[in-house]
Design a protein around this ligand. Structure first.
Ligand SMILES: C[S@@+](CC[C@H](N)C(=O)[O-])C[C@H]1O[C@@H](n2cnc3c(N)ncnc32)[C@H](O)[C@@H]1O
Length: 213
């Protein structure tokens, strides 16, 4: 529990998932390190992560998104996410959530470090851009809503690009079984004291939305 987070009741029954040793997944270590130490992300690591996801891109859309979409939908319904001009979906992958997120914004940028993920996108909406979340090609204070769904958190860039009233949504579609995972409390700590948020669980996933206080 964290006093900067309001916890809403869970929605829907938990999804029974086979417990794997997800803590030893290589991306779990990367997730933890980059959220708390920006210097741990360098060009070699970026290339390695990009290659890893390039190698999975052609089959990424074969995953079951029916259950994975539940926490995303709940976040949109109860997370207080507002409509705005510019939205960014970082780590958009093959665009499973891009069409629904695009409903919130006049323009949605779907940014991913993996070119193959972008090429294999099934989304109809959103402008696809290859980019690194550690160094986004966006002006300061320009983004109304930033969605991080099963991707990495770079707190300095979140702080830089969000408009004064902007928000960042952190969604783990398989909850703590998601390889790229931080708890809501860890996200609050990584973002710092100037942010407060709301969080919940839905189906097999977890979500939180943070804004500046
Ligand atoms: C686990 S996949 C999730 C994809 C999609 N959000 C989903 O849930 O289906 C993580 C995605 O984040 C992207 N990614 C990882 N590091 C990134 C970075 N530094 N900048 C931008 N995208 C990144 C990967 O290429 C990959 O597409």
């Amino acid at each position: 529990m964290n006093d900067r987070i309001s916890y809403l009741p869970r929605v829907g029954a938990p999804v029974l998932m086979e417990k794997t040793d997800v803590n030893s997944h290589p991306m779990r270590k990367v997730t933890q390190e980059v959220a708390f130490d920006r210097s741990s992300w360098d060009s070699a690591r970026a290339a390695k992560v990009s290659d890893l996801f390039d190698s999975m891109a052609s089959t990424w859309s074969e995953r079951d998104f029916n259950s994975r979409v539940v926490p995303v939908t709940d976040c949109l319904e109860r997370g207080g996410v507002s409509h705005g001009s510019l939205g960014v979906e970082l780590g958009s992958g093959t665009g499973a959530y891009s069409d629904m997120l695009s409903e919130l914004f006049l323009s949605l940028l779907c940014v991913d470090i993996s070119q193959e993920m972008l090429i294999n996108s099934r989304a109809n909406r959103g402008l696809r851009v290859r980019g690194d979340g550690a160094q986004l090609p966006l002006s300061d204070s320009s983004v109304d809503g930033l969605f991080l769904i099963n991707t990495l958190l770079f707190p300095d860039e979140v702080e830089r690009i969000l408009s004064p009233s902007g928000y960042v949504a952190w969604i783990s579609t398989n909850g703590d079984q998601t390889p790229i995972y931080l708890s809501p409390e860890e996200v609050a700590t990584a973002l710092g004291d100037s942010f407060s948020g709301v969080s919940s669980e839905a189906g097999g996933g977890t979500w939180s939305v943070f804004r500046r206080k």
